[in-house]
Design a protein. Structure first.
Length: 937
RNA sequence: GCCCCGGUGGUGGAACUGGUAGACACGCAGGACUUAAAAUCCUGUGGCUUCACGGCUGUGCGGGUUCAAGUCCCGCCCGGGGUACCA
């Protein structure tokens, strides 16, 4: 039988489906292994050749682990909420669920053609109410928990109110927004002037329901708050920090503004330290871990209070360099700082307000674009150094951010480049306090040197000085050591339609959670997918968007990362109607052993889901602190565009090699019209009406195209679709070729030309099992030593390479193996059956077909990975490379077990050695057994 | 600016712990089979040099360590990604 990929692949894909070959259940007798792909957003364009790269790798790994005796959980689903379907709905009125369903079906069809071993019975879709019920359920738990810093974990709010009832909040140490009580004083609940957020049991009992709820809101892990948010007018919604880049939305690239809005937040900052610590225990790339570390941005320093001249107020600043306190020559407040109004003398007030207003009106993008532009204003007020009472002026400047630390700094121009630039610009004094730099040139920021001009810390090195100042500050009660994080709480509200509804209603303006038995709260239908005339989110259009009792429901929806934060847990028990997932399931599957996906999720999904998991861990649901033990980021597949060269002002195209002789412009041409860089000129003329009369200047009778490696995109005509390749070469060839392209983690250009080599290999492989007339034929003769050596060499290499996901070299290994067996004309069952098991993870359809032809009734997925036997690889001789002064000159075959002294002798006596020795006596001879001989002259 | 990752033939890449650089493919050139084409098979293929045997040279650049460096160390250059007033 001739190799026919179409027939074979259809047959086995159907077989796997009919026999539920990849259905997985809990099996205590087998060790578990959980292999997960980042589930895709099903876009309308379908999969291109870059998408399946990671899926193929994870599929090979899953199949390999099954052969190795593991019970493998390998599910797939869809991150089904997303902006494109909603934008399409706005334009066309088509419900996003319909668009999404259509796209999901297309994705499924494409994935099925590649022959993946997913357990489709476990499929989850984030937009499915049966799934998002648990997203809502988790949100309710987040709302009903607070973070206890003493025990370092989330605890129920019910326990918090008990504490308040019995002893107030003085002893409670909770993760909260700094100065949370300031915000409260702005609301319609009053706690009296100068209230510092501290209350005793009797106060608590006396608070109104509203007051109590407002206070509790500041403790909850999911909370409602007024805050500066990233507002994207074009998308009509708020975005999280990771959804914004350089002042534009990551999706759609629309401008983003800052706006004060009331939004739901997740208190992810409570987990900042644990998110940092957890990175130590996972096997992720350094670059990914660094990205997360940087995003979390821990910095250790001190908070110090500076008295303000002529005022009762003390200015609270944060610094990582308390050692430089005597070099602080001015103070800077962020333009949003609450003290500005309080400390600015009347004669300066107008000027300062003008500046603050100016800054506030500037958009985020303008601010970013003008980073280098120094601006600020002097308030007219002065601070006193808490140690020596020396006054320094207080400025307001936008280079100090309200959201970080205390929103105020002590400026040390000699040792901070930003302060330095600012001081130079406004001609403020610069005092050197750490020796080692030249402050007339630039600031000296290094934490290296001896303190000078610094009173009690003079002569200490920087580290000792930092400790000394913190100790003193503590003693004097004017501050304390402190850790700050860059990480911000996650904005969790979106003013969009296509997302999970919040299980929240409002009574008297206070939010309340629905009961668990009212979940899921399903997404209502609306007459249009746009905000209302009054600017409310689309859900405000829904009829009867109220509870049974008539209270209005929340009209925001959850963001994209809500549904993806816990999906890996739901896969463990996806059909469970009464629980997120059962204890039994999570105890068995634990966490993801191998997670493969793109690194664009470094600071989004991968932080949120670690947080989500840690919370579920705290409340006793998840059993592991880290959800993803090993994580691999597959590289992107870049497009390889084909280029043609058009003579200026004509319809004549010049071939690549001759283009420099003419004045030309470069034009992208559809890659489907090009084969091995040779343009099909006939097809080219047919491609577009304006090219019908194109003429060509050829070289050697052909038109050679140039090429460029760039993003795979429709507009560059370089998109390659897997369906066509699979139709032509088959899924097995396609799978192998995707892996053969290069290392999984590396980005690389797609070049369809190379696929021929793999296709040739597949047919060569097929021929090993067939005679000249293409009849299946295996011999039952005993295998020779040479054949066994080839087989076991291959077993060893495939096993090692697959374990470390070096799948490109694994494919090469198969090629070498088949070349060698082909040379020996090997057709022995004893060799070829094992080879089928080896390749079955990579080319599963081919393997199944030949396995069946071998006479097996069961799927090859039931086979056991062949055991490697070292004994077959033992060689009697070793071919030593012989070097003189490190340069390899000739090789010499010697007995493998020959002792070094004898090797030395044999090499020196060799005929070829005389030429290189030139009669000299070697100074030294290095013999490394079974490696090399090096003679030093 | 800072932090990661990378730089090897015409191309994709291999060389895992320092030990024969360029495996395996693509492409190209030549040949076999064929009326012809496709398919298949064989040979060659880093550069320079030599009729040839062979020699010299070669992993972004400059130094270093070592018997031995693509691999380790120091200093640069280039490309890709992340991040950006975070005190």
């Amino acid at each position: 039988m001739e190799y026919n990929s179409q027939e074979i692949e259809k047959k086995w894909q159907k077989y796997w489906l009919d026999h539920k070959t990849f259905h997985t259940g809990i099996d205590p007798a087998k060790p578990k292994f959980y292999v997960l792909d980042m589930f895709p957003y099903p876009s309308g364009a379908g999969l291109h050749v870059g998408h399946p790269l990671g899926y193929i790798a994870s599929d090979i790994f899953s199949r390999f682990k099954r052969l190795k005796g593991f019970n493998v959980l390998h599910p797939m689903g869809y991150d089904a909420y997303g902006l494109p379907a909603e934008q399409y709905a706005i334009q066309t009125g088509t419900h996003p669920a319909i668009t999404t369903e259509k796209n999901v079906a297309r994705y499924r069809e494409q994935m099925d053609k590649i022959g993946f071993s997913y357990d489709w019975d476990r499929e989850v879709k984030t937009c499915d109410p049966k799934y998002y019920k648990w997203t809502q359920w988790t949100f309710i738990r987040l709302y009903n928990h607070w973070y206890d810093l003493k025990s370092g974990k989330a605890r129920p709010v019910a326990e918090l109110t008990e504490i308040f009832n019995s002893s107030g909040n003085a002893d409670v140490r909770a993760a909260m927004t700094p100065n949370w009580f300031h915000e409260l004083s702005k609301k319609d609940v009053s706690f009296g002037a100068g209230w510092k957020g501290i209350f005793i049991a009797s106060d608590w009992a006396g608070f109104s329901e509203k007051q109590q709820q407002e206070i509790l809101m500041n403790y909850r892990l999911a909370y409602l708050s007024e805050a500066m948010v990233n507002w994207c007018p074009e998308l009509g919604t708020v975005l999280a920090n990771d959804e914004v880049a350089n002042g534009y939305s990551v999706r759609g690239n629309h401008p983003v503004e800052r706006k004060m809005m009331r939004q739901w937040f997740l208190r992810i900052t409570a987990y900042a330290q644990r998110l940092l610590d957890g990175l130590e225990s996972v096997e992720w790339s350094d670059s990914l871990k660094d990205q997360q570390k940087y995003w979390i941005g821990r910095s250790q320093g001190a908070e110090i209070h500076f008295p303000i001249q002529g005022s009762e107020l003390k200015l609270n600043i944060f610094t990582t360099r308390p050692d430089t306190i005597f070099g602080s020559t001015f103070m800077v407040l962020s333009p949003e700082h609450e003290y500005i109004e309080k400390i600015t003398p009347a004669d300066q007030l107008e000027n300062v307000r003008k500046y603050v207003k100016e800054v506030a009106n500037r958009s985020e993008r303008e601010r970013m674009a003008e980073v280098k532009k120094i601006s600020g204003v002097f308030t007219g007020a002065y601070c006193l150094n808490p140690f020596n009472g020396k006054p320094s002026p207080i400025w307001v400047a936008d280079y100090v951010l309200a959201g970080y630390g205390t929103g105020a700094i002590m400026a040390v121009p000699a040792h901070d480049s930003r302060d330095y630039d600012f001081a130079k610009h406004f001609k403020l004094p610069i005092t050197e306090v750490v020796s080692g730099g030249d402050i007339s040139e630039s600031s000296y920021d290094a934490k290296d040197g001896i303190m000078i001009n610094s009173e009690f810390i003079n002569g200490l090195n920087v580290k000792a000085a930092i400790r000394a100042v913190i100790t003193k500050v503590n003693e004097m009660g004017i501050g304390k050591g402190m850790v700050n994080f860059r990480l911000r709480d996650a904005i969790f509200s979106r003013q969009r339609y296509w997302g999970e509804p919040f299980p929240v209603y409002f009574k008297d303006g206070i939010p309340y959670m629905l009961n668990d038995n009212e979940l899921p709260l399903e997404l209502p239908s609306v007459d249009a997918y746009l905000p209302t005339e009054t600017g409310e989110p689309p859900l405000a259009r829904a009829k009867n968007w109220i509870t049974k009792e008539g209270y209005p429901l929340e009209t925001n929806t959850m963001p994209g990362f809500a549904g993806s934060s816990g999906y890996y847990l739901r896969y463990m028990d996806p059909l469970n109607p009464t629980e997120y997932f059962s204890k039994e399931a999570v105890n068995y599957w634990q966490n993801v052993d191998l997670y493969i996906g793109g690194d664009e999720h470094a600071t989004g999904h991968l932080i949120y889901s670690r947080f989500w998991n840690k919370f579920l861990f705290d409340i006793g649901l998840a059993v592991r602190e880290e959800p993803f033990q090993k994580l691999v980021n597959q590289g992107k597949i870049q497009g390889r565009s084909s280029l043609v060269y058009r003579l200026k002002g004509s319809n004549t195209f010049v071939s690549f090699g001759l283009k420099d002789q003419y004045e030309h412009s470069v034009m992208h041409v559809d890659v489907s019209l090009v084969n091995n860089d040779i343009l099909d000129t006939q097809e080219f003329r047919r491609w577009r009406p304006d090219l019908a009369d194109a003429t060509f200047i050829l070289e050697d009778g052909t038109y050679v195209c140039g090429y460029a490696v760039e993003k795979m995109s429709k507009s560059l005509y370089n998109v390659v679709n897997p369906d066509e390749l699979i139709e032509h070469y088959g899924a097995d060839t396609f799978r192998l070729y995707e892996m053969f392209l290069g290392p999984l983690e590396q980005s690389k250009p797609w070049d369809t030309n190379g696929i021929e080599g793999v296709f040739r290999f597949i047919r060569k492989f097929w021929r090993l099992y067939h005679d000249e007339e293409n009849r299946f034929r295996l011999s039952d003769e005993a295998a020779t030593a040479a054949e066994l050596r080839i087989l076991h060499k291959t077993i060893k290499k495939i096993q090692e390479d697959t374990e470390r996901l070096s799948l490109n070299t694994a494919v090469s290994t198969f090629m070498i193996c088949v070349n060698e067996l082909g040379e020996l004309k090997c057709s022995k069952r004893a060799i070829l059956e094992d080879l089928l098991i080896l390749i079955s993870s990579f080319a599963p359809h081919l393997a199944e077909e030949l396995w069946q032809a071998c006479g097996h009734n069961e799927s090859i997925t039931q086979a056991i990975f062949p055991a490697f036997n070292e004994a077959y690889l033992v060689e009697n001789t070793f071919k030593y490379p012989v070097s003189f002064n490190g340069k390899m000159r000739f090789t010499m075959e010697l007995p493998a077990d020959m002792p070094s002294a004898e090797i030395e002798k044999a090499v020196l006596e060799a005929e070829e050695s005389a030429k290189w020795l030139e009669g000299k006596t070697p100074k030294k001879i290095i013999v490394v057994n079974r490696k090399i001989v090096n003679i030093v002259l």
